[in-house]
Ligand binder design. Structure first.
Ligand code: OAD
Length: 233
């Protein structure tokens, strides 16, 4: 493998699927069980806050029943042992990268274990339910919402991500369908900047043709194999 100094990794729901967290677009997935407009938009929240708070309370509580899999562990090993720059960007709101040992994870779509106060704008670590309208730990207003990026809202830290994409030599997309922008556009950004682009997924993503290489299979097998290649090669 050619010398690699800067890697950007993007993960999606597929990396957590084998841990037992539902993906969004699979048959029986989250978006078949719930209407996106109801549970993942500011308008849905304004219309029926109880429904939305309950949806995210359930998903947050479910994190206690799952564990990171070999793919999360392999990316944590890469963070520890890779000598170059590594940016791990996830669209996932679960905490399995952190529990797998990754210390630096950029959650571009927010986190289930974070609360965003609509009164003071502060973000706080959050483990409990929100359905009973607990007070914000910073300003005490009962105005918390899940710190999750909904459709129509701006994902977090886009400036930093685009900077890293423009400078990387390898972009790796893992377990994402490529159906949601801006994340779906990262491959084109990295490719235009001259990076090699590798996709690891169960099935080809929507932008699969933009990758230089696509490896199809389960993340728990493909990711450890690829990490071994990077560190061993
Ligand atoms: P999707 O549900 O759209 O796609 C999951 C991808 O993972 C699919 O391409 C599957 O083929 C693949 N996959 C499933 N099991 C896998 C496995 N064991 N190993 C490897 N790959 C596997 O989920 P995302 O692409 O993450 O956003 O969805 C992107 C965004 O859409 C989410 O962050 C969420 C959603 O609406 C917001 O809520 C803002």
């Amino acid at each position: 493998m050619a010398e690699i100094a800067r890697i950007v990794i993007l993960t999606g729901a597929g990396i957590s699927a084998e841990s037992g967290i539902d993906t969004f677009r699979a048959a029986g997935g989250l978006w078949e069980q719930h209407r996106v407009e109801d549970v993942a938009t500011p308008e849905g929240f304004a219309r029926n806050p109880d429904l939305v708070l309950n949806f995210y309370d359930m998903r947050r509580a479910a994190l206690a029943r799952v564990a990171p899999n070999a793919a999360h562990l392999a990316l944590a090993r890469l963070e520890r042992e890779f000598a170059g720059d590594l940016l791990l960007v996830t669209q996932n709101v679960d905490d399995l990268h952190e529990r797998g040992g990754s210390a630096r994870v950029l959650h571009m779509h927010g986190e289930l274990k974070s609360a965003l106060c609509q009164a003071c704008g502060m973000r706080s670590r959050w483990e409990q339910a929100m359905i009973d309208r607990p007070p914000c730990p910073v300003c005490q207003a009962r105005a918390l919402r899940p710190d999750v990026v909904w459709f129509g809202e701006m994902p977090y830290q886009m400036g930093r991500i685009y900077q890293a994409l423009a400078a990387c030599d390898l972009f790796v997309s893992i377990g994402t369908s490529g159906a949601v922008y801006p994340a779906a556009g990262f491959v084109a950004e990295a490719r235009d900047a001259g990076a090699r682009c590798l996709e690891l997924n169960l099935e080809p993503s929507e932008g699969s043709h933009l990758f230089h290489e696509t490896r199809l299979g389960a993340a728990s097998r493909l990711v450890p194999e690829w990490v071994e290649e990077v560190l061993g090669g």
